[in-house]
Write a protein that binds this ligand. Structure first.
Ligand SMILES: Nc1ncnc2c1ncn2[C@@H]1O[C@H](COP(=O)(O)OP(=O)(O)O)[C@@H](O)[C@H]1O
Ligand SMILES: [Mg+2]
Length: 517
């Protein structure tokens, strides 16, 4: 007989697909999203891109609180063997929660023989995830980087390259700072006894009172009163049984007030200003034991009619981060808009029966049931409310749709080109390459006219533009081919930046052999 630890699944591409619930072609995107979710959960501003213009070497940078601990402790955070450790087990409307994110990141590096560096608190820590499930510290160097966290991650060919590995990062970043957020603590109304017991046990030998003090309405001296009233003075979390947890939950609830869905805040209509907007709030009773968890939630939908013909494009977010499991929207035989995936397969009556729409849905909730390790959320508890908002938003979008002529991809791209150049170059400060433009323009175009900007089409439009207006200042193209100086035995790759730096050696040669493969 042979046996395997469950973390062994993080070791291979196939296992990661299973653990994370996404196909291999989406794993790069998922890894970047996990890193970005952590940065955004930390309330930080974030930047991202490729290091040294290499498409396998990515960075995500934030100005948050940074990572606590010694290099060894940080290494263990990035190890696939660690228990699901998280500072976010308390239910809150935030992105992480399972403590699985960094295990996926480490697994992807291991499975693809990539590289990993964490830069935080003035240290650059190079890490190496190992097949035995641990992660080794390869080196620690001093760097001038006091604020925030920067992750540099290299991924190997075992993880197939994809169109835009930062697509989900961008989607999350775009709405991260919109609207209002919940500023309060986790409420005792958000747990049923079974889940509350799990929460307590996950805190191991920590004093029970300290955990209770982190709950809404239970801070300071009240935590002591509550623990005493439950007859659990000086107990540690790991010694609590289910019955005691239930009593404690009931007493904690007497000290707290239910959190109204209004208090959760909202993303707001401005997040997608060119879309029509609707919002609806609700409550869901969840959990297997009584008293059930009383979960407030907010459903928001932004919709835009993108054409008279064509399909429905939907992107689904929970707590401002994209849902990674597959979700599709289509029209059923009655022409109603339907959503399939994330535990629902539901047709929404009272939606426009023709026309192409681009739809964004966000649900804000301190707790969304999850159907797999990959955080595939189950939207079932929210689906009726989503239906109401979807109907309102799409009907508004139908009325708002201008009856003007359709714009071409080229028109939309050129209309946005200057703004996107200003964005990627930080108003002319930095150099940039065409791919950065492509990745920013693509979602804009899909959003406006529901069409995909392909790489060849983009290159064609860009070349035409430069032919007409001259070279775009600050843009460089990557090396294609190389020049070899036999006298110096030196090979120089040929890209914009190298050509700019090139100085012709004096009187060394007067002939060039040109070979095109
Ligand atoms: N960029 C960051 N800034 C601050 N803390 C972070 C950052 N990235 C990770 N962490 C910490 O590492 C923990 C584990 O992260 P992760 O494995 O993604 O699980 P989760 O996000 O579900 O808690 C987080 O709970 C957080 O405390
Ligand atoms: Mg996370």
């Amino acid at each position: 007989m042979a046996e395997r630890e469950d973390w062994a699944l993080f070791r291979s591409v196939e296992g990661l697909e299973q653990k994370a619930g996404v196909p291999e072609g989406r794993l790069r995107r998922l890894v970047m999203k996990e890193i970005a979710d952590n940065a955004l959960d930390a309330g930080a501003r974030m930047t991202w891109g490729f290091v040294l213009d290499c498409e396998d070497l990515h960075f995500i940078d934030d100005n948050g609180p940074g990572l606590d601990g010694t290099p060894e402790e940080i290494a263990s955070l990035f190890s696939i063997r660690r228990p699901m450790r998280s500072s976010k087990l308390l239910r809150l409307p935030q992105r992480g929660a399972l403590g699985n994110g960094l295990r996926v990141v480490a697994g992807a590096v291991l499975a693809s023989e990539g590289s990993l560096a964490v830069i935080t608190r003035n240290k650059r820590i190079e890490l190496c995830p190992k097949a035995d499930g641990s992660t080794a510290v390869v080196s620690v160097t001093a760097v001038a980087r006091p604020v925030g966290t920067r992750i540099e991650i290299g991924l190997g060919p075992a993880l197939p390259r994809e169109d835009d590995p930062f697509a989900w990062v961008l989607a999350a970043a775009q709405i991260a700072s919109e609207g209002k957020r919940y500023e309060g603590k986790s409420s005792p109304f958000w747990y049923d006894p079974a889940q509350f017991h799990e929460l307590i046990l996950a805190h191991g030998s920590q004093p029970l009172r300290g955990l209770v003090a982190q709950l809404d309405g239970c801070t300071g001296g009240k935590a002591g009163e509550i623990v005493t009233a439950a007859g659990l003075d000086r107990m540690s979390c790991d010694s609590i049984n289910r019955r005691q947890a239930t009593t404690l939950l009931q007493i904690a609830r007497q000290h707290a007030r239910r959190v109204s869905p209004e208090r959760l805040g909202s993303v707001g209509r401005d997040a997608y200003a060119d879309h029509s907007y609707a919002i609806e709030r609700g409550r869901a009773l969840l959990g297997s034991a009584k008293p059930q968890a009383d979960i407030p939630f907010v459903a928001e939908v932004w919709a835009r009619k993108t054409g008279d013909k064509g399909g429905i494009r939907i992107s689904m977010l929970v707590n401002r981060t994209p849902v990674t499991s597959h979700l599709t929207a289509y029209r059923d035989s009655d022409k109603d808009i339907c959503i399939s995936g994330c535990g629902v397969n539901h047709g929404f009556e009272d939606t426009p029966t023709k026309g192409a729409y681009s739809i964004v849905v966000n649900v804000t909730t301190p707790y969304c049931p999850i159907t797999s390790d990959g955080k595939a959320p189950s939207l079932k508890p929210f689906v009726d409310t989503i239906g109401v908002v979807l109907s309102t938003a799409t009907k508004k979008a139908q009325r708002a749709a201008p009856k003007r002529k359709r714009l071409s991809i080229k028109q939309v791209m050129l209309g946005h080109l200057d703004a996107v150049i200003a964005e990627v170059s930080d108003d002319g400060e930095y150099r940039f390459n065409p791919r950065q433009l492509l990745y920013r323009l693509r979602p804009i175009i899909t959003n406006e006219i529901g069409q995909e900007l392909t790489t060849p089409n983009f290159n064609g439009i860009l070349s035409d533009y430069e032919r007409e207006h001259g070279e775009i200042p600050g843009m460089y193209r990557e090396p294609r081919g190389s020049i070899y100086h036999p006298h110096r035995e030196e090979t120089i790759t040929l890209g914009t930046l190298m050509v700019e730096d090139y100085e012709r050696p004096e009187w060394l040669y007067n002939k060039v052999v040109y070979i095109e493969k």
